[in-house]
Design a protein around this ligand. Structure first.
Ligand SMILES: *Cc1c(COP(=O)(O)O)cnc(C)c1O
Length: 406
């Protein structure tokens, strides 16, 4: 038995993990230390190309910056996608610094502060408005600055994306306004000091079912048409969310992009006349970046307890919380994880733990590993999304990880 490596990764003759054609050990030597996040730019580009080749042309592609805001990765993505979606003024600054033009940046999120609304109006970023109160605060700010505020209405969908890792619709929600309350806000958005940019719907995340995604997209298009027709408005852009998932666990399968593309083309072709002049976009985070990233850490100790082997590493949940199952997961399962320094068909179960003094810090449980040594590198895959920026880096005072776009 040897490891099943995610697409784009391999082994050299000595059994070392290859990342973008070079060994993990080489990358660590070049960077100077572990733990180290590597993001493979060619894999990022290939993902976007696959989307372009398969999805209908009227469907633009936005990147959800919160999945990974590492500046070199953002700069790489800025040259590939049609827009960035951000969720704070901090992410907005990073998006603009990465080279994305303000006209192609939209800013969602509940609880935007006045200073964030003001920064967005000044730069010309589109605000995805989440409530009536936010819209009124924005009207005052735009009036005071004597500048139009670009706005889209975020609608809390009355349906959920079924089978999602994270549901974002079909229930009471702090995100967006209920569809039943959208009418007056849309009417208000059609007047000064606003420039109406369109609608934003986000029904769920981490979904691996083509059927469920298409069903929610069909409902999103129908709801958009209904709201716009009732308000007597046309929308330049409908942001349809996305929710495309990635295969984190054994038994998960990649989304069938061809089937998604065919289904979405049909949905858009049959759209009601009020949407004839609209452009559409999907906003994807993890599907674009998760599989391009790997987290490398080093084994610092090997010990046995209660008949189990523990590989203790210099990494952990302070960098890669999601891999330990503590970032919105119900049942803890192993991300793909391997010994990056050696390979062998003789295997046994090990637990890979981090260096933090908490039992939560487990990178893998009962993973089948070759006989490992202190100093070996461990690779945790699926590390391109919700890694460093989604982890409690200050917890326990260890140094930050290194990051490289390669
Ligand atoms: C988090 C988020 C995304 C990205 O989700 P992924 O599962 O990473 O694709 C997209 N849109 C909104 C509004 C979000 O909050």
């Amino acid at each position: 038995m040897t490891d099943r490596l995610p697409a784009g990764f391999g082994r050299d003759e000595a059994g070392q993990l290859l990342v973008a054609g070079r060994s993990a050990g080489d990358w660590v030597r070049q960077a100077g230390d572990t733990p180290l996040f590597l993001y493979d730019g060619a894999l990022l580009t290939a993902r976007v190309q696959a989307f372009r080749a398969t999805l209908p042309p009227e469907l633009g592609l936005h990147y959800a910056v919160k999945a990974n805001p590492y500046p070199p990765l953002l700069a790489h993505m800025a040259g590939l996608v049609d827009g960035f979606d951000v969720a704070s003024a901090g992410e907005m600054d990073k998006a603009l610094a990465a080279g994305m033009t303000a006209a192609h940046v939209s800013f969602a999120g509940p609880g935007k502060r006045d200073r964030e609304l003001e920064a967005a109006v000044r730069t010309g970023v589109t605000l995805n408005v989440e409530s009536a109160g936010e819209l009124e605060r924005l009207a005052a700010i735009a009036g005071r600055l004597a500048r139009p505020a670009r706005v889209a209405l975020r609608v809390n969908p009355p349906f959920a994306l079924k089978g999602s890792g994270m549901k974002m619709g079909g229930a009471a929600s702090p995100f967006g306004v209920d569809a039943a309350d959208a009418g007056p806000l849309l009417t208000r958005m059609a007047e000064a000091p606003f420039e109406f940019r369109g609608l934003h719907l986000f029904a769920g995340s981490q979904n691996l079912s083509v059927e469920a995604i298409l069903q929610s997209q069909r409902q999103s298009v129908a709801l958009s048409a209904q709201l716009l027709a009732e308000a007597g408005l046309q929308a330049p852009l409908i942001n349809l969310g996305g929710g495309f998932g990635v295969p984190y666990f054994p038994g998960d399968t990649e989304l069938d992009l061809g089937a998604l593309g065919a289904g979405l083309a049909e949905i858009l072709a049959e759209r009601p006349p009020v949407l004839a002049g609209s452009r559409f976009a999907l906003e994807l985070g993890r599907w674009l970046v998760a599989e391009a990233g790997v987290y490398l850490c080093r084994i610092t100790d090997i010990k046995q307890s209660g008949g189990e082997i523990f590989l203790v590493t210099d990494g952990g949940l302070h960098h890669q919380l999601a891999a330990t199952g503590n970032f919105g997961t119900v049942i803890r399962r192993n991300y793909p994880v391997v010994n990056a320094s050696r390979d062998s068909s003789a295997r046994g179960p090990v637990s890979v733990v981090g260096c933090l003094c908490t039992p939560l810090d487990r990178l893998a449980e009962k993973a089948q590993f070759p006989e490992s040594r202190v100093g070996d590198l461990v690779a945790v895959f699926m590390a391109g999304a919700y890694g460093r920026s989604a982890s409690p880096e200050a917890f326990l005072g260890h140094p930050p990880p290194l990051e490289r776009l390669i």
